[in-house]
Design a protein around this ligand. Sequence first.
Ligand SMILES: [Zn+2]
Length: 99
Amino acid sequence: MDEKTQDERVRFAPANRPPLDPVRVGKAMDLNVHRIDDDHFRVYSSRNEYHVALRPYYECGCGDFVWRNHICKHLIAALLWDGDDEARTIADEILIGDE
Ligand SMILES: [Zn+2]
């Protein structure tokens, strides 16, 4: 992958997002989400809270997103609340698999 500036690393356009990771979707389903406005969320994990943006860029302060360039579980939690088709489809498959 090309060298990225820090700025590009922590915010990138939704259109460029990689496929969502089903393991992270499963974890995202257990997180508490507070919607601040249409595009911004506060997502709570057991120990921390993260500010997440979906538009105009994806943003989250966690290491998974900032350093490993994954769509992290916090972003996915916000996407689930936002009604994102891919996130919902994967979450539905996980729920069906649990039955
Ligand atoms: Zn995150």
